[in-house]
Design a binder for this molecule. Structure first.
Ligand SMILES: Cc1ncc(COP(=O)(O)O)c(C=O)c1O
Length: 379
C-alpha cells in the first residue's frame, strides 16, 4: 500500500489534463512566435488558455503572464514591482515561502530595500493592527503576504489587506500558490496588484504557472529575451504546460464545490481520529481550525518523543508519503523556518498531511493507525 498525503508539495496530474496537453507534445509543436500556420495554431491555443484563465479570475487576458511556476512569478513581481515604482520599503512576514523570503532577504542584504516584519499572533495569523501601524509609518511600501501558508495552512484575510494597502498606497503582492485552484479569486473585487499560481498544486503539470499583474500597476520584466508574453517574460512558451495549466484550472473551478467538501471531510476525520488515538496530540498554526486554514492542509504537532526525528522516515516505510514542513525544498524534513518562527525551541514533532481529491477515507484511517502505532512504542 502506497499512500500520497503530500499534496501541498505537489499533486498528481489529472488524466483529463494530460489528454488536453498531448496534442501539443506531438502534432502541434509549432513555435507560437512563428507567423506560419504551425505557429499560428499554437499561438491561438495559448491565447485561448490565457482568456479562459482570465475569465475564471475576473481579470483581463493582458493581466495574465505565464511563467515557469510560483517561484519565478514571486521573484518577478517582487523585483519588477520594486524597480518599476522605485519602492524602498517592504512589509512581509517571517513565515513566507522561501520564494518570497529569500528574494526579499537577498535584496535587504544588498540594501536595495529595508524590510519590516509584521507581528504574528500565537497561531501564526497576521496581526492586522500591527500591519496598519507599519503601513502608516511607511506609506508607499510594497506588502508581500501569502494568501495561505503552505506548512500550517493559515489563511490571510486578503480582502482586508487589499483595503489597507489601498488606504496607505502600498503595492500589494500575495503568494497565492496554495489557494489558486482551491478557492475562487474574484480579481474585480480584491484590491491586489500582483498574485501568482503554480499548476502542479492543482493537478496540472510542473513547471507551469502564471502571475497576475494589474494593468495599471505594470512592472519591469524579470526574464529578459524575446517579446513573448507582451514583453513581460522572454523565452519560448512552455506550450503544453500552459495548455495543462488552463485545463487544470478549468477542472478545479468546475468541480470545486464537490472536491472542497470531500477534502474538508478527510481533514476533519483525521483531526478527530488523531485526537482519539494519540494522547497529547495537537495541531500547528491554525491548521485544525477549518474556518481559518486551508481545507487541504493539516500540520500535526506530536508529543515530545524519541520517535520525532524518525517519524517521516517510519511513515515512509509504512507506505505513507507526508512531509515535515515545507517539502518545496527537496524533501527537507527538518529546519522548517515557519515552525521555527512560531515555536522556537519546541521539541515536539511535526507531520504535515495534505489532501487532494484523489485521497480516500481508508487512506486517512490507515495513516492515523500507523502514526498511532509509532507513538505507542515510546509514549
Ligand atoms: C506558498 C508557495 N509559494 C511558492 C511555491 C513555489 O512554487 P513552484 O514550485 O511552482 O516554484 C510553493 C511550492 O512549491 C508554495 O507552496
Amino acid at each position: 500500500m502506497r499512500i500520497y498525503l503530500d499534496n501541498a508539495a505537489t499533486t498528481p496530474l489529472d488524466p483529463e489534463v494530460f489528454e488536453a496537453m498531448k496534442p501539443f507534445m506531438l502534432e502541434d509543436f509549432g513555435n507560437p512566435s512563428s507567423t506560419h500556420a504551425h505557429g499560428r495554431k499554437v499561438r491561438a491555443a495559448i491565447e485561448s488558455a490565457r482568456k479562459n484563465i482570465a475569465e475564471l479570475l475576473h481579470c483581463t487576458p493582458g493581466e495574465i503572464i505565464f511563467t515557469s511556476g510560483g517561484t519565478e512569478a514571486d521573484n518577478a513581481i517582487l523585483s519588477g514591482g520594486l524597480h518599476a515604482y522605485n519602492i524602498k520599503h517592504v512589509i512581509s512576514s517571517p513565515i513566507e515561502h522561501h520564494a518570497v523570503e529569500h528574494t526579499l532577504g537577498t535584496m535587504a542584504k544588498k540594501s536595495v530595500i529595508s524590510l519590516s516584519m509584521v507581528n504574528l499572533e500565537k497561531d501564526g495569523n497576521v496581526d492586522y493592527t500591527h500591519l496598519e501601524k507599519l503601513l502608516k509609518e511607511h506609506p508607499g511600501s510594497l506588502v508581500s503576504l501569502m494568501h495561505a501558508n503552505n506548512e500550517i495552512g493559515n489563511l490571510l484575510d486578503i480582502e482586508r489587506v487589499g483595503e489597507l494597502c489601498e488606504t496607505y498606497k502600498a503595492y500589494f503582492h500575495s503568494d497565492t500558490v496554495q489557494t489558486v485552484g482551491h478557492y475562487v479569486h474574484d480579481l474585480s473585487k480584491i484590491k491586489i496588484h500582483g498574485m501568482v499560481a503554480a499548476a502542479h498544486k492543482f493537478h496540472g503539470p510542473k513547471g507551469a504557472g502564471f502571475m497576475f499583474i494589474r494593468k495599471d500597476k505594470k512592472i519591469q520584466p524579470f526574464v529578459h529575451g524575446g517579446a513573448q508574453e507582451r514583453n513581460m517574460r522572454g523565452g519560448t512558451e512552455n506550450v503544453y504546460g500552459i495548455i495543462g495549466l488552463a485545463k487544470a484550472l478549468e477542472i478545479a473551478y468546475r468541480d470545486m464545490k464537490e472536491h472542497t467538501r470531500h477534502i474538508e471531510s478527510l481533514k476533519k476525520r483525521m483531526i478527530e481520529k488523531l485526537r482519539e488515538n494519540i494522547p497529547g496530540v495537537d495541531f500547528h498554526g491554525a491548521s485544525a481550525d477549518l474556518t481559518r486554514s486551508l481545507y487541504s492542509v493539516l500540520n500535526v504537532c506530536l508529543p515530545e518523543s524519541d520517535e520525532n526525528d524518525m517519524v517521516l522516515f517510519n511513515l515512509d516505510l509504512q507506505g505513507i508519503s507526508a512531509s515535515g514542513g515545507s517539502a518545496c525544498s527537496s524533501g527537507a524534513t527538518t529546519g522548517s523556518h515557519v515552525l521555527g518562527a512560531l515555536y522556537p525551541g519546541s521539541k515536539k514533532g511535526a507531520v504535515r498531511f495534505s489532501f487532494s481529491k484523489y485521497n480516500t477515507v481508508e487512506e486517512v484511517d490507515y495513516a492515523v493507525a500507523k502514526l498511532a502505532e509509532l507513538y505507542k512504542i515510546t509514549a
